[in-house]
Design a protein around this ligand. Structure first.
Ligand SMILES: Cc1cc2nc3c(=O)[nH]c(=O)nc-3n(C[C@H](O)[C@H](O)[C@H](O)COP(=O)(O)OP(=O)(O)OC[C@H]3O[C@@H](n4cnc5c(N)ncnc54)[C@H](O)[C@@H]3O)c2cc1C
Length: 313
């Protein structure tokens, strides 16, 4: 291994960090090559279950189970001689020895390394956001936490009136909570819609019984009197709630690897998608393409075909 992109391996140990939809698609594509694949594949997953269809996560609030969303069960990895480490995050990449090290202490040497670590939900650093009833909406475990919390709640607030925020609000609504959406911008989905579109959407969402508060900046979260929490806003009356779901955007999951591996990882990614493995070229885009959506990096901005999270009125 070198940092020079011109010398790249074509076989050996392939380590894939991350078992989301993209990491899984890469594994599946390689497995489909059968004996033609020159790689021994090791996958490290931060979550405690194999990759699942995150795009349809909200179906867990209908009649679907995590098993229904599973892309390939653990047995599939075993059958295809892929070593899958669940619930064990890679915490270090040692470029000198070409080894990854996990939180549980597993060390695995690699010839090629792919980071498919995706994104994490951004939680604005509002004082009080650490409260146990402040949650996010990204994983099966997050949704379990929301369901648990909602069991003792009467009112829920979603911070963020974008696509995902509205999806989360619909989930709270389905759980029977009095649901509020707090959005910093003067309208819903400010990135995708103009003022007229925002006003129309607001009307539809309000018709479903959801309370919309736009132009509201949350300043702090404290203990409430009637409900568990009280949200204080700049220039507005406080709002009490029993739980808060933050849906204020996502950030790429790269901080832990910063400085450790970028040259090499970039080299691996560009090599992987352009030369050595032609059948895997579309690895990153395909996971999203299959669901009729666009690449993950720009989906917040592009307002491309999303499933409508709201029932038609
Ligand atoms: C409710 C919901 C609805 C969505 N709907 C749409 C939609 O309609 N259209 C659309 O285009 N997109 C949608 N998205 C976004 C889409 O799910 C993501 O773009 C896609 O799942 C990204 O896949 P990924 O594999 O790159 O990353 P992720 O899904 O983020 O998966 C990355 C995985 O890597 C793991 N990981 C991270 N760091 C490490 C580490 N150090 N060691 C081991 N593992 C690690 C994480 O635990 C995670 O499981 C939606 C997302 C949500 C939450």
């Amino acid at each position: 291994m070198t940092d020079d992109n011109s010398v790249l391996p074509t076989s050996g140990n392939l380590v894939i960090i991350g078992n989301g939809m993209v990491g899984h698609h890469l594994v599946k594509t390689l497995v489909e090559q059968g004996d033609a694949s020159p790689w021994t594949i090791h996958v490290f997953a931060g979550e405690n279950r194999p990759a699942y269809d995150r795009v349809h996560l909200s179906a867990l609030f209908d009649d679907q189970t995590p098993e229904d969303l599973c892309l390939s069960p653990e047995q599939w990895y075993r059958d295809n001689r892929v070593t899958l480490h669940l619930n064990d995050e890679v915490v270090e990449i040692d470029r000198d020895t070409k080894t990854v090290v996990t939180a549980a202490g597993v060390r695995q040497e690699y010839d090629a390394l792919v980071l498919a670590t995706g994104s994490y939900p951004f939680v604005p650093p509002i004082p009080g956001h650490e409260h146990e009833n402040c949650l996010v909406y990204r994983t099966v475990d997050d949704l379990d936490a929301i369901k648990r919390c909602a069991g003792n709640a009467k009112r829920g607030v979603v911070v963020g009136g974008g696509l995902l925020g509205l999806e989360a609000a619909n989930a709270l609504r389905l759980l029977g909570l009095e649901t509020h959406v707090v959005e910093f911008a003067p309208q819903l989905m400010p990135v995708q819609l103009d003022e007229t579109g925002g006003a129309l959407l607001r009307k539809e969402v309000e018709a479903l019984g959801v309370h919309i508060h736009t132009g509201m900046k949350t300043e702090r979260i404290d203990a409430g009197e009637q409900h568990t929490l009280r949200m204080d806003f700049e220039g507005h009356e406080p709002l009490e709630t029993d739980m808060i779901v933050f849906s204020a955007g996502i950030r790429p999951q790269t901080a832990w690897a910063a400085g450790a591996a970028w040259n090499w990882v970039n080299a691996a990614a560009s090599w992987w998608t352009t030369s050595a493995a032609p059948r895997t070229r579309r690895s990153s885009r395909s996971a999203n393409a299959r669901s009729g959506t666009t690449g993950s990096s720009g989906w917040w901005r592009r307002a491309t075909p999303w499933r409508a999270p709201w029932p038609r009125c």
